[in-house]
Design a binder for this molecule. Structure first.
Ligand code: TRP
Length: 322
C-alpha cells in the first residue's frame, strides 16, 4: 500500500486552498476534484506527454491549423499587439504566432506552474529577444494574476487561449470565464481560441483513454499529489481511470473509479468509497461552430472568423470586442 505521509502536521494545512477544495469536492454526493490541481509539475509533464500521443489528436490538429493559417491569423491580430495567454504552460503554441506578428508589443503568459512558466520565458526570450515577456504566476481565473496588465499599454490586446482549455469548463462556467476575459479587454481587442469539435465518440474516447495509459497516470497523479501535500493515504492501485463521451452533454468525462469498498484519510478526515463509486476529475466539452459562436456572443464577443482542419476535427476562432 502507498502509505507515504508528508511531514506536514495536519493543523498547518488548515489554510490551504488545495485542502479546502479537496475536502469540499470529496464531500459532494458525486465526488469531484477540481481539475486545475491536475497540473503540478509532474502533472504538467504528463500532460505534455499526452499531447504527443497518437490517440490524442487535439494538439497535433490544432498545430496543423496554426501552421496552415498563420499568415491570416497574424493579419487578423494586426500590428502592435500584446498577446496574453492564460494557462500558457510551456508556451510552445504561441511561438509561431509571435514569430509572425508585425511588431508585437509583448507577451504576457499566465500559468499555475512556476517551474514550467519560467523555463518557457527563458526559452522565448532567447529565441525572440525583441519580445518583452512578462510572466505571471497563478490561477488565471483569479483577478490578481491580471494586475500586471495595468502597467502595459499596447495598441491592442489579444487573448490567446488554445488547446481546447475552454472545453474543460462547463458551458455555464465557460460563459462566465469568457465574460471575465472580455472584462480585461477593450473595444477592438481580440480573442484567438481553440475548441475541439463534436465528433464520433470512438475517436473522442480514444483520445482520453489512450493505449499507452498516460492519461490514466495523469488522472491518478492528482491522488498522488493529495497524498504528498495533504497527508492522505490514497492507494492508487484501488482506482481505475475511466473516460467516456456523454452525447447529450457533449463532453468527455474523466473519472477515477474505486475498485473496492474502502476508506481514505485526508488531513485527519475519513472518506468512504463504495466499490464502483467514482471521483469526477475532468470534463472536456465539444462544440459545433455555431454552438461556440453562440457562446462567444453571449459572453460579449463578436465572432469574426474561424479556421478548421480538413477533417473538421478542431477549430480555431477569432472574436473581438465590438
Ligand atoms: N483541454 C484539453 C482537452 O480537453 C486538455 C486536457 C485537459 C486534457 N484535461 C485533460 C487531456 C485530461 C487529457 C486528459 O482535451
Amino acid at each position: 500500500m502507498n502509505m507515504a505521509v508528508s511531514p506536514i502536521p495536519d493543523d498547518k494545512l488548515q489554510n490551504s486552498d488545495f485542502l479546502t477544495d479537496v475536502l469540499a469536492g470529496l464531500s459532494e454526493e458525486q465526488k469531484t476534484l477540481p481539475c486545475k490541481y491536475l497540473y503540478d509539475e509532474a502533472g504538467s509533464r504528463l500532460f505534455e506527454q499526452i499531447c504527443e500521443l497518437d490517440d490524442y489528436y487535439l494538439t497535433r490538429t490544432e498545430a496543423a491549423i496554426f501552421r496552415e493559417h498563420i499568415t491570416a491569423m497574424a493579419q487578423q491580430v494586426g500590428p502592435g499587439a500584446l498577446i496574453v495567454e492564460p494557462g500558457a504552460g510551456n508556451c510552445e503554441k504561441v511561438e509561431l504566432l509571435l514569430e509572425h506578428l508585425q511588431a508585437p508589443s509583448g507577451y504576457y503568459p499566465i500559468d499555475i506552474s512556476p517551474e514550467i512558466l519560467l523555463a518557457a520565458k527563458a526559452r522565448i526570450t532567447a529565441r525572440l529577444p525583441n519580445i518583452e515577456v512578462t510572466a505571471s504566476i497563478g490561477d488565471f481565473t483569479q483577478a490578481d494574476v491580471w494586475q500586471g496588465l495595468k502597467d502595459i499599454t499596447p495598441r491592442k490586446r489579444v487573448l490567446f487561449f488554445p488547446g481546447s482549455t475552454i472545453g474543460n469548463f462547463t458551458p455555464e462556467h465557460a460563459e462566465v470565464l469568457l465574460e471575465f476575459f472580455a472584462s480585461k479587454l477593450s473595444r477592438g481587442d481580440g480573442l484567438l481560441i481553440g475548441t475541439d469539435l463534436v465528433k464520433d465518440s470512438i475517436v473522442l474516447e480514444r483520445a482520453y483513454c489512450d493505449s499507452e495509459h498516460v492519461t490514466e497516470e495523469f488522472n491518478k497523479n492528482i491522488l498522488a499529489r493529495i497524498n504528498s501535500e495533504l497527508n492522505a493515504n490514497f492507494d492508487l492501485a484501488h482506482f481505475a481511470h475511466r473516460a467516456f463521451y456523454h452525447p447529450l452533454r457533449q463532453r468527455v468525462e474523466m473519472h477515477l473509479v474505486s475498485l473496492k469498498s474502502h476508506t481514505v484519510q485526508i488531513a485527519g478526515r475519513k472518506f468512504e468509497f463504495a466499490e464502483g463509486e467514482t471521483i469526477h476529475t475532468e470534463n472536456s466539452h465539444k462544440y459545433s461552430i455555431s454552438g461556440f459562436n453562440r457562446l462567444l456572443s453571449s459572453a460579449g464577443f463578436t465572432p469574426i472568423r474561424h479556421w478548421c482542419d480538413s477533417e473538421q476535427r478542431y477549430a480555431v476562432h477569432y472574436a473581438q470586442i465590438s
